[in-house]
Design a binder for this molecule. Structure first.
Ligand code: 1BN
Ligand code: ZN
Length: 365
């Protein structure tokens, strides 16, 4: 999994090697010819490698198909955008760095207002059509002004796919939420860059959603003091699901996909039993075909409180992608800092998100 990829595809390396071997026993003239042929083939192979790697990301989407895996079982340690459908893990990580630099981002704080300015300016800068949905969360600390931010990429049909995350942080002293709040936000900003730049429309309307107020609101002192309840959490996703139900848009939602805490370098995402089985299967099949079976593992967990449930409860297919193993380590502690996030993990999830869209298009054709 963590081996460094060769500079050329292995078939090219072995072709050049064969010519080099035969060269040692050849006559001078023949040696010259063979060397020349070798140089020509190596140059051709190099040019081909460069050309293949510089295709624009919005036109090179391998169709994920159960019988034709697109990668070996162990993807390389370095995942450049050319290997991940154009998704740049380094860019996603830079967004996480900027959010962490802001500091704590609990709802209603200066920090979350700065995070909102950052997310909105990034989305506008890449040309995404955006909406800001302002509302008030009724919390144990009183009414708090909150804001969902939505990039709406139009499709040719009526169906909607929601790619979602939360950008607020839990109200704990010195908590900056690199993984919890940061990793999903950085990933969705990079996903927005790719989807908003596409010239060809998907059949599905693709909405990228940044929820406020996912965390429980209270004057918490440490992680053991945090009391999570359905009424005091997931304010942003409950608000969005409710307003979409009122407008009639909720019926158009084919799938809601949530990314939450996807940053660890040893990322391990289990199947959440509260998520919709067919959608979980579709995402896991996509991840398997891309060679990420060691990240999207065949184990189960139960996520009993997160933003996907706001949609599941209203009958919308939804799936939560979360590494719940960090709950026993840095989760909801001041140690949730930048080094807990690996650009490679963001790239893997981003790649799966990119390829999930055509799989959904196919399903709802
Ligand atoms: C995720 C990140 N969550 C809070 N911060 C939601 C959650 C709550 C996930 C309880 C698992 C258990
Ligand atoms: Zn949290």
């Amino acid at each position: 999994m963590r081996g460094v990829p060769p500079p050329f595809p292995s078939i090219v390396v072995s072709m050049v090697q064969t010519l080099t071997d035969s060269r040692q026993s050849a006559q001078p003239m023949r040696r010259f010819k063979v060397r020349k042929i070798g140089i020509i083939i190596a140059s051709f192979a190099f040019l081909c490698t460069v050309a293949c790697n510089t295709q624009p990301s919005n036109v090179s989407h391998p169709t994920v198909n159960a019988s034709t895996p697109t990668q070996a079982a162990n993807p390389p340690a370095v995942l450049p955008p050319t290997a991940t459908g154009g998704f740049d893990g380094a860019q996603a990580f830079e967004h996480v760095r900027k959010l962490v630099e802001i500091g704590p981002r609990p709802p209603g704080s200066d920090g979350i207002h700065r995070a909102q300015t950052y997310i909105i300016s990034q989305l506008k800068g890449i040309g995404c059509p955006i909406e800001e949905h302002d509302f008030h969360g009724s919390t144990p600390l009183g009414d708090i002004a909150m804001k969902n931010i939505i990039a709406k990429i139009p499709g040719t049909g009526s169906g909607i796919v929601l790619y979602t995350t939360h950008y607020d942080t839990v109200r704990l002293p010195n908590f900056v939420g690199a993984d919890d709040g940061g990793s999903g936000t950085g990933t969705m900003l990079e996903l927005a860059r790719i989807f908003c730049a596409r010239k060809t429309k998907s059949t599905l309307n693709t909405w990228i959603v940044f929820f406020d107020g996912e965390e429980a609101q209270g004057e918490w002192t440490d992680r053991s003091s945090v009391q999570w309840s359905d009424a005091d959490s997931t304010f942003g996703s409950r608000e969005m699901a409710a307003s979409m139900a009122l407008s009639g848009d909720l019926k158009r939602v084919k799938a809601m996909i949530l990314a939450d805490m996807i940053g660890p370098s040893d990322l391990k995402i289990k199947r959440d039993k509260n998520s919709t089985p067919w959608l979980t299967d579709l995402i896991w099949a996509t991840a398997n075909q891309l060679g990420y079976a060691n990240v999207f593992v065949n184990e189960s967990t139960i996520v009993s409180g997160d933003d996907h449930l706001s949609f599941i409860r209203r009958g919308v297919p939804a799936c939560d992608l979360i590494d719940d193993e960090v709950q026993s380590t840095y989760w909801h502690t001041p140690q949730d800092t930048l080094e807990k996030v690996d650009p490679r993990s963001l790239a893997i999830v981003g790649h799966v998100f990119i390829e999930t869209l055509p799989a959904l298009e196919k399903k709802f054709r």
